[in-house]
Design a protein around this ligand. Structure first.
Ligand code: CTP
Ligand code: MG
Length: 382
């Protein structure tokens, strides 16, 4: 199933004030239309057609930043603009289409998914916001009556359709229609109402820019807080018969020297976690000068970093560790290392990667003088 997004951006924006049409103006760090396009791209809806005035150089420049877009020519009214976009999409194997106003840059992921899901049960669906204010009729500045609002909804976009059904409905349309729901209904299609969102405003008047800016800035600050950290460690070989790497005892003709058990991989992962929190490194939390850490099991350090992250409200997204040595061979032990790290970190093993490389016999690892380890960790806080 191919889902396309049709964004109509060929209006003049007269009510929003003179100058450049509203959809091309700056808003919260980018342009109005860039917020609108990005909202769909973020949902992996990448087949996008924008209907715009082909003579507008600002439009060309802004849309030029999105190489995969399809473009169609605007018409004198919104219905014609939509029809032009549908015709442009006709030969692209599209089965479902979302038709959206460029002037609604605050559209949310939930709203998009709700209309799309409704298309499994109906040929058309659109978000409607139940009217909550009392409604009056009025003439010459006086109230002449009240209106029952129990069956009234404010119409929003994106409005979603089975593609062939809405294309045929537009082609058959006589006269004009307020929106695509009206076009669909005139063609006899039932239209499902999905939940609207009071933040999904259509920028119409000049004051709407401030409101949209507030809504967008708020939703940006509620993005998950993602931290990335890296760690690097080296230990030198000494006499011995095994090394400990990522919690696994690996037989070898030498051991790794260090103050603790010298588990170089685990140290790099621990430092990556501390780094992601901007909490220094192992040496800061467990000073080598302190005799109590002599020969210590490195799992103590790793558990501390994991607990510190969780106490700050972070979840561990993943860790990735690379061990650099010619010998011992890490591959046969890598799965056991993932299991050992998963148990210490109480983390799913599919979030843990342990891999190894040689350094082509170059440098200190290549000469077999020691082992180096690099690690990356991500922390996520909602
Ligand atoms: N639209 C369009 N082609 C038209 C008219 C409108 O593509 N001939 C688009 C607008 O760009 C907007 C959406 O339809 O994204 C909703 O229309 P509206 O809010 O009325 O925008 P404008 O027509 O641009 O504004 P105004 O009516 O104030 O001039
Ligand atoms: Mg208009």
């Amino acid at each position: 199933m191919t889902i396309a997004v049709l964004i109509v951006a060929a209006g003049r924006g007269t009510r929003a004030g003179g100058g450049l049409a509203k959809q091309w103006r700056p808003l919260a760090g980018k342009t109005v239309i860039a917020h609108t396009i990005d909202a769909f791209l973020a949902q992996n809806l990448t087949q996008i057609c924008v209907v715009r005035d082909p003579e507008c150089p600002v439009a060309a420049k802004i849309l030029g930043a999105y190489p995969g877009l399809l473009l169609a020519k605007g018409g004198p009214d919104r219905s014609t603009s939509v029809r032009n976009g549908l015709v442009e999409l006709r030969d692209h194997g599209v089965s479902r289409v979302l038709i959206h106003d460029a002037a609604r840059p605050c559209v949310s992921a939930e709203l998009i998914h709700a209309v799309l899901e409704a298309l499994d049960h109906a040929p058309a669906a659109a978000p409607g916001l139940a009217v909550s204010d009392a409604l009056w009729t009025g003439v010459d500045g006086f109230v002449t009556g009240t209106q029952d609002r129990s069956h009234l909804f404010a119409a929003q976009t994106p409005q979603a359709f089975h593609f062939d059904a809405i294309l045929n409905a537009h082609v058959a349309l006589q006269g004009c229609a307020a929106d695509d729901v009206e076009v669909a209904r005139k063609a006899g299609l039932p239209v499902r109402i999905t939940p609207g969102d009071s933040n999904n405003i259509k920028i119409t008047q000049p004051a709407d820019f401030t409101r949209a800016e507030d809504i967008l800035r708020n939703s940006m600050t509620s993005l998950p807080d993602i931290r990335l950290g890296n760690g690097y460690d080296v230990h030198r070989f000494g006499p011995g018969d095994h090394v400990v790497l990522c919690g696994v005892r690996v037989p070898h003709d030498r051991c790794l020297q260090g103050h603790s058990d010298a588990d170089v991989g685990m140290h790099a992962v621990t430092d990556a976690l501390y780094g992601a929190m901007a909490e220094g490194d192992i040496g800061r939390h467990f000073p080598p000068s302190d005799p109590q850490w002599k020969g210590a099991n490195s799992a103590i350090f790793l558990r501390h970093a994991v607990a510190l992250a969780r106490s700050k409200g972070f979840q561990i997204g993943n860790i990735d560790c690379t061990l650099v040595c010619e010998h011992p061979k890490v591959g046969p032990h890598a799965e056991a290392m993932r299991d050992a790290m998963a148990a210490i970190m109480t983390l799913d093993r599919d979030r843990i990667s342990i891999k190894a490389t040689t350094s082509e016999r170059l440098g200190f690892t290549g000469r077999g003088e020691g082992i180096a380890a690099l690690a990356t960790a991500t922390l996520v806080r909602a």
